[in-house]
Design a protein around this ligand. Structure first.
Ligand code: ZN
Length: 240
């Protein structure tokens, strides 16, 4: 077992036979959705830490495609960190996890599995289904519901019918400061999976998605105009 896997799991190791969950075999699935910069990872980390604080064994997984901040940590945009496994797919986690459970004298029963950037896992549906229905795990996942063209991204939406709860978070529109539901790409790259942060993407409201999506030149102009409008709106709100 690597040092990472030890730190990713709560210290209260269980020594039991068989794959048994701590909550009597009843699994749960919770989905956190939204555009980029909506605080999805922050909310995921908050929930995972809360589960850990009540003594449940937790683990975090993220895609090995996303190495923007750190290879072995889940890091939110505001810099909060949590150790995790960075894996190419979820089957791979299940394989590792299965091997750990077979270790006779070091059997760790996981209760809660956190998955960040869930849109990058193609086998998300099967994994969640098995983890909650058969293994009795609580799965909490965070991911983009839509890509920069507002099309369903990966398998995140496929998991919604399996979920106990679904939370859609919003960001702040970079143009006008209103609630942002969508992610606008600032570059002309047309690959669906272009991993990037604020240099490549911005959260936008519906109005500015429609305007900004027509071209990055327009997006830049809107950004300049928008920040001016936003200042005006802010000053009006301050006066009100
Ligand atoms: Zn806007």
């Amino acid at each position: 077992m690597s040092q990472l896997s030890l730190t990713a799991i709560n210290g209260s190791t269980n020594h039991r036979a068989g794959v048994v969950s701590n909550n009597g075999g009843v699994g749960e699935i919770h989905v956190i959705l939204g555009p980029m910069f909506a605080g999805k990872t922050t909310e995921l980390l908050r929930r995972i830490k809360s589960e850990k604080s009540i003594g449940r064994n937790v683990v975090m997984i993220k895609s090995s495609k996303d190495t923007r901040y750190a290879v072995d940590s889940v890091v939110s945009h505001d810099g909060v960190k949590f150790p995790c496994w960075a894996l190419p797919d979820l089957a791979c986690f299940r394989k590792k996890f299965g091997l750990m459970l077979m270790t006779r004298y070091c059997e760790i029963i996981l209760d809660v599995i956190g998955i960040d950037e869930a849109q990058f896992f193609d086998d998300l549906y099967e994994f969640c289904c098995n983890a909650a229905d058969n293994d009795g795990k609580t799965v909490i996942l965070a991911g983009l519901d839509g890509d920069y063209l507002r099309r369903s991204f990966g398998s995140v939406l496929d998991v919604v019918p399996l979920a106990d709860t679904v939370t859609k978070l919003t960001a702040r529109c970079e143009f006008c400061g209103k609630r942002a539901f969508f992610t606008l790409r600032k570059t002309e790259d047309t690959r669906t999976e272009l991993i990037g942060g604020a240099e490549a993407y911005m959260p936008v409201c519906r109005q500015h998605y429609v305007k900004g999506h027509t071209g990055i030149g327009v997006a830049k102009t809107l950004l300049e105009e928008g920040s001016k409008d936003y200042q005006e709106i802010s000053s009006v709100e301050a006066k009100a």
